[in-house]
Write a protein that binds this ligand. Sequence first.
Ligand SMILES: [Zn+2]
Length: 586
Amino acid sequence: MKSGAARGRLRVPIPDDSTRITVIVSLPDSPQAIADATWADLEPLYEGLVSAPIQDPKAWLLEWSRLEEIIEEAGTLAMIAYTCDTADEAKETANLRWSSEIFPKAMEMQVRLARRLVEVGYTEPGLETVLRGFKSDIEIFREENVPLFSELEMLVAGYQKITGGLTVEWNGEKKTVPQLQPFLKDRDRSVREKAFRLGAQAYMDQRSEMASLFDQMFAKRQEVARNAGFPDFQAYAFRSKHRFDYTPDDCAAFHRAVEATVAPAVERLMAHRRQKLGIDAVLPWDTQIELEGARPLKPFSDLAGLIEPARRVFTSLDPELGEQFNRMADEGLLDLESRPGKAPGGYCTKLAWRGMPFIFMNAVGVPDDVSTLVHEAGHSFHDFASHKQPYVWQRNVTHEAAELASMSMELLAAPYLELPTGYYPPTEARTARAEHLEDVLVTLAHIASVDAFQAWIYTSGQGGDAAARDAAWLDVRARFERGVDWTGLEPERVSRWYRQLHIFEYPFYYIEYGIAQLGALQLWRASLADPRGTVLRYREALALGGTASLPDMYRAAGAKLIFNERDMGELVALVESELNQLRQDS
Ligand SMILES: [Zn+2]
């Protein structure tokens, strides 16, 4: 990837006065107007709404919604600025002010406002799920948890600081861990091994510091749960994450189903890999090399090479989706390339007031980058579609719904990744597709690992013991990840969970990817017979935003929630048969 390529920059939005209905408090003109605000500046805005008589509930609710949009976007802008430049102290301070000082206090106010709304008994069509969420939030809210949330945010910032600062020496050059990714696909096994070991070592070196951060997170999370009357943080997390439609038992069933259907399929994939590469055993640095072709796939070499084909891919899939992606690209809402100081990973976030999404990632020129962009674009299409809902809460969806949008997009856009529309000549397109499907199976096994591990952490009684945690991770891993030989590499294997930022930053956020992947596979299955109808149902489901229950949202898209072995096994078989077909064709 070229250095110094064009960088995403946020434009200052023009306030649209036609949608402002100022009836109760004087709202700031824009998120930018409160960029430097402290809680003392914002509190009166909430207090104004708390103390105002609710004569016209709809007007009051719209006003509150507008306030949330502005505050949410101001905090998001601070987060974007920081993750794009973690070395800048002023950006760090500003982000921390929003995440650890303002948002936990705002949450307290939101519960007070929700309580008022529930007390007046107001409802309207499309608000039922929002009100159900409000009632649940009110029930589990505890004043004494507010400072704990702030402290947890500080610990999260500590984890981000460690991971954002990780660099390795690669042939005399300083690189980020994500920048090692291309070398894990190198034809030369010793290059792959070196890249793998360097990446793992970077995390192993920070192990004790990260373990002690996690010890503190664990203790505070369990305290939050106890304060709210739950036996453990898992039970609390199910409620706070609005998991109204499935239980920890369903997740345990999911783990068993993965063990029965996905793990053996992954083992077959690894056996094929071993044979294809002509090696005795698949070692951890052999899992990412492409099996076909003489050299690693290089779908693009600069930023334009990533963005321009994406415009064509989405337009070919659906003109309106293409239009939306073009707007993001043209309005500077993409920051895609990896560079030192940038936080790792990728995300799509939304500018709630402006009504536009923003995509962040660390592209280095590998096929994964194309998948990540397509994935995050799926989230952005969800934001566009749901922004049509009148209230901010109706546009917020739970992760199971959000990831259905992004993971389905990866599968629905796949037929267009071939040149001249997309990135690859036909043979390479088949390789990329096989890689994606292989990744679907490997990822399902990883998801089960991460979810089962977190369930163990918060319910075993030993989650506060750093050594027991590492040992438990190894057990869990052995259950789901088969076909790779980790003999003598236990510390490297352990380092994998320290790399999983969700466990630190968003506890229990992971099974959603599994539920959504199985939903996405159902959409893909439908698209094989009816591509156009599937995209239309997809868009209809996205437009529901947060106004439908999770099963209803999935139903609208033509899918259902799957936790059982039979349904999961059918989808795994479909993926395997497609993989076999692709292998025969190439
Ligand atoms: Zn996602």
